[in-house]
Design a protein around this ligand. Sequence first.
Ligand SMILES: NC(=O)c1ccc[n+]([C@@H]2O[C@H](COP(=O)([O-])OP(=O)(O)OC[C@H]3O[C@@H](n4cnc5c(N)ncnc54)[C@H](OP(=O)(O)O)[C@@H]3O)[C@@H](O)[C@H]2O)c1
Length: 315
Amino acid sequence: MAPKVPSIKFYNGYEYPLLGLGTWKSQPGEVTEAVKAAIDIGYRHFDCAHVYGNEKEVGEALKQKIKEGAVKREELFITSKLWCNSHKKELVVPALKKTLENLGIEYIDLYLMHWPMGFQAGDNVFPVDAKGKVIPGETYFTEAWAGLEECVGLGLARSIGISNFNHKQIDELLKVAKINPVNNQIECHPYLNQQRLIDFCLERNITVTAYSPLGSPDSIKSDDPVLLEDPVLKTLSEKYKKSPAQILIRYQIERGIPVIPKSVTKSRIQSNFEVFDFSISKEDMAILHGLNRNTRMVKFDMTDTHKDYPFYEDY
Ligand SMILES: NC(=O)c1ccc[n+]([C@@H]2O[C@H](COP(=O)([O-])OP(=O)(O)OC[C@H]3O[C@@H](n4cnc5c(N)ncnc54)[C@H](OP(=O)(O)O)[C@@H]3O)[C@@H](O)[C@H]2O)c1
């Protein structure tokens, strides 16, 4: 039997598994099989989003696996995210209802505000101007947050959180929040170890999820460094007899940071799960930590003129 993935606890008492499967860029035609394989392997945590355009196909896998008795809904932890074109308060509950319909579930375990930036409302998920830059909406993220709080009140979301928020934006939000976020989902790997933002969040009882933990090799632009090919990582991989990806996933688990590597390849979904039979020494954790170079793979360039673009702050 597959090992049960250890969890951390949110301040509201809900458990959050330390390892989940990412689904960004998982094509609709491949994600159903990927999620089914993951459930068989032992994954119970799935990271989804409306904008990934594949929630229906993720839902198909959940439905099949629940139907065949492989897993129960209450054993699953499903995250989804509110997209930026639905930040007006009255659009938030309908957006979550659409996600729930696509996923074929009655409630979401964790609903995140995907970005602190509101876009022009409408069907277009990436409304852009003639220069290719995103057209902002009139909302501030506090308005969208009030909508997320409503989702909790209606029993549609168990927990709510944020993603891609910098430390100033978090404090802005905490000034008005009636329900505090349980989690901030951010890019995190040894090239961007995010220690300051993690400490800042934890001091406020906000857990952190590490996205793009493998350095998002399919997002890399030609001049970006390839984390999975880092020579230091290769040396550690040989030392521990674990793949570079397994070292990167275990690095977050050692830190107590939930981590959501994405794959649609069955053998990788399997090997990325085999991270509970070894640990990385303190000294080697420090070496991995020392690789930090503040390199961001997910820059979302088309939004860098938005007034709430989060990445101009140090952390
Ligand atoms: N909140 C946000 O704004 C945000 C932003 C980015 C990501 N995320 C979430 O975080 C998840 C993970 O991030 P990510 O997708 O950017 O990147 P990632 O997990 O760092 O990397 C995924 C890429 O690595 C490949 N891969 C997976 N396992 C591997 C292995 N063992 N060896 C070598 N290559 C491997 C995958 O290929 P195959 O699939 O072809 O196997 C895929 O191309 C996303 O899917 C999404 O759920 C959230």
